[in-house]
Write a protein that binds this ligand. Sequence first.
Ligand code: GZL
Length: 312
Amino acid sequence: GSAAMLAMTGTAALAEGETVGFSQIGSESGWRAAETTLTRLQAEERGYRLQFSDAQQRQENQIAAIRSFIAQGVDAILLAPVVATGWDSVLQEAKEAEIPVVLLDRQVDSSEDLYLTAVGSNLVHEGEVAGEWLAAEVGERDCRIVELQGTTGSSPAIDRKAGFENAIAAHENLTIVRSQTGDFTRAQGKEVMESFLQAENGGRDICALYAHNDDMAVGAIQAIKEAGLKPGEDILIVSIDGVPDIFQAMAAGEANATVELTPNMAGPAFDALEAFWADGTLSEKFIQTESKLFTQADDPAGEYEARKDLGY
Ligand code: GZL
């Protein structure tokens, strides 16, 4: 084969590395694009052949991709599951084919023996950090909150909502008055925020927006400005991911806080797979990544510079 030919010509042939199938949700957010970029880089650095599938945010496309990876006989499957339910049978098929599956950035409600490990953040904690920041920021003042939820049925949408509600439960001056999904996209974040503004006295009755990701917040910021209000002042903005554009908004005083989510889920995932391939080592079932709060006091312009070329 080509490796032998390369060897004969004295060119160091890449080790015939593993083939890894990656069922990616899509490119709904800047964060997701960065995760894909970093996964490709990690695979290249480690000498893997990456079979990439973009599901356009449809679970049936992810299930079809996984079945195709199984038919190809890949050595491992990475899965970022768009929603938490409906994975049991296809994960069972991968298990029967003895192909290890690693979950990236979202969880599934299937039993743990159907995947090698899951790499992701503590999504409930992210919501708590966001809620705690807002509670501290508004103090005793009454604050009517609108919420842009992530993709319906996804573990981040479920858990980030729960965490935020945990944090504000003790503060009766904080109330979520409207909550709707913006599907983690800028376009839908803008669209839903427009309806919130119309429903809330042109936005004058809204004190804060909690968005489950920065991309929806960035879309909402546009809507708030078009309504003649000042985002970051008239309406406080707190979200999650830490993408470059939210730092740019913070530097302009148009957003207030974000909870960082690393896009490098593939590094820990490949480490766990390499340990398993080496001698069957089973990593812990959940490899948790850090969550760090950034506010306008944390050099947002510098944070923007540090992230702007990372493939978001
Ligand atoms: C969270 C991840 C979310 C990001 C969004 O772990 O699944 O999906 O927060 C992305 O930007 O759409």
